[in-house]
Write a protein that binds this ligand. Structure first.
Ligand SMILES: [Zn+2]
Length: 344
């Protein structure tokens, strides 16, 4: 067997409980033959589908990381039918630093799944995840939050793709997660995100935004765990506990470019809305203040469309181009079903 720049000591085909590492070669002054050890677990028992659970793609998004570390400690492998792959700290250098991007190369793991991979630690991690893990998976659940700069409404997410059967299977899984907001995004992502790589490998891509603001939010943590255990149950891999069985109302949402409000200039953000508020086109979202020129009136920020407030920037000081707000548009379940019927 030849040497590789990225490898794992975890055997994907072995039954039972395995907890080890994916190792990325990282040769530096203080460690010539050093590696980045990325924690990786595989739980397999009997026949059934394979699901990858992933968090820590962004290091400052904590709900998913903690939900998956708890799952690794507590899961009963004997109850599994199929296989669960778990990556609780996918971009470990970013996770250890509590940062969105890797301190080693500034790499944003969830922007590293393009048509080719960079020859950097983050690029190598993306290549391994897409080429060696996604290719074994029936489905992927990648857990995110708004990170340090944004607070995010807790919602599950799915890329429906362009294939009718796949879109219907994906939507069924999204619905099964039963989050308070179910974000069904039509089509394939155009950016170099994990969803694009997952669809390319023929795997269902599920994700979610759970909290944000650079800290752990308990209500968001609970929604993240709810999505994890309900989707494991949906795929028949692990029967969920009684506490996750109770159905709660969900609202179906989607996102378009007009839902975003960006800072037209530098300033300090004053938000006039809360996450979950329903707003109208033209409504005042907040102000950008410029204390360095106190004689100027604050700049009014207005929403361009109707929607539900899903993102608010948590850092006061903002620069031109920063995302200050994002809305999600509400839709009906029947409209999503009808749109999927029109796919080939
Ligand atoms: Zn993220």
């Amino acid at each position: 067997m030849s040497l590789s720049a990225v490898w794992t000591d975890v055997d994907l085909e072995a039954p039972g409980r395995q907890v080890g590492f994916i190792r990325v070669e990282h040769s530096v002054h203080r460690s010539a033959y050093g590696t980045i050890p990325i924690p990786f677990a595989v739980f397999a028992n009997g026949q059934g589908p394979t699901l990858l659970l992933m968090a820590g793609s962004h290091g400052d998004e904590y709900e998913g990381q903690l939900a998956l570390t708890r799952l690794i400690r507590e899961i009963d492998v004997g109850r599994i039918h199929g296989r669960i792959l778990v990556l609780p700290a996918a971009n470990r250098p970013a996770v250890a630093a509590g940062q969105r991007t890797s301190p080693l190369d500034d790499g944003n793991l969830n922007r590293s799944f393009g048509d080719s991979y960079t020859d950097t630690p983050t690029g190598c991690i993306a290549a391994f995840i897409a080429e060696e893990l996604f290719s074994h998976c029936d489905a992927i659940l990648d857990l995110h939050s708004g990170g340090s700069s944004l607070d995010h409404l807790s919602c599950s997410y799915a890329d429906l793709g362009t294939d009718k059967v796949m879109a219907q299977r994906t939507f069924a899984a999204l619905e099964a997660m039963n989050a308070p907001f179910s974000w069904a995004q039509p089509g394939c992502p155009s950016g170099p995100v994990a969803g694009r790589a997952a669809l390319r490998k023929g795997a269902i891509h599920l994700s979610g935004e759970f909290g944000g603001g650079g800290r752990l939010k308990h209500d968001a943590f609970e929604v993240a765990e709810r999505c994890i255990y309900r989707v494991l149950d949906h795929f028949g891999i692990l029967a969920m506990e009684e506490k996750w069985r109770v159905e709660t109302p969900t609202r179906f949402v989607f996102n378009i470019q007009d839902h975003f409000v960006y800072a037209p200039q530098a300033g300090v953000l004053e938000s006039l809305v809360k996450l979950g508020d329903t707003v109208e086109a033209g409504q005042l979202a907040g102000y950008l203040h410029r204390p360095e020129s106190p004689w100027e009136a604050p700049l009014e920020l207005r929403f361009r469309t109707d929607g539900i407030v899903s993102v608010i920037r948590t850092m006061g000081r903002s620069r031109e181009g920063d995302c200050l707000f994002q809305l999600l548009g509400e839709t009906e379940r029947e409209e999503i079903l009808a749109a999927m019927e029109n796919l080939a």
